[in-house]
Design a protein. Sequence first.
Length: 222
Amino acid sequence: MRLAVVTDVHGQTARLAGVLERIRAQEVDQVVCLGDVFECRIGKREAAGHVFGRVEDVFDPDPELARLLEGVVVVRGNQEERIRSLVPERRLPRWTLPLLDAPLEHDTGFARYCHGHPLPWRELEPGRWSPLDADFPGRALIHGHHHRSALYRLRPGGDGRAEAERVPVRFGVPVPLAPDGRYVVNVGSVTRCSPDRGPSPVWAVVDETAATLTYHHSQETT
């Protein structure tokens, strides 16, 4: 089974369309989207005091996003959860509900696929965060949320917390995921991110049969 993984679209329909076009040429069996499909216009700090007026004040309900994600396994991100908390259900277009109410995670036996926002995050070095202490089934935890491609192999630590060996990300080069290994995989984002976080849009192909992970990016997608 070969899965292409995208995440953190943040409402950028054209960039998602470009990535999916590239993925179609990669002969994958399934596409998985790890949430933050939409971009909530109300910040986390403002949400508690927000008074609902129009759907468009909260997010852009672009039906093209749903069309592009037909047949894709989707999990929900924190943007979807905030939108759901701010917009009365009767005001939501019906086509948005499968995306806004998607499950938190998708397990295959080989890996857990999730957005990752509820997990315990740890700052490994300035600006680099990872949910290394999360419990997960299978060989890998594959997540989004932090818009930076990164791969870590976990090793038991002396204080009960996992130690992380950073594995270099080389785009287009399959990385073997050892049968005795445990890995945390930060895919990176479809949305544009700051240059210090690496290229975007980014996606990953997980070949669960061959036990490999391959990062991809496209500078041509706008």
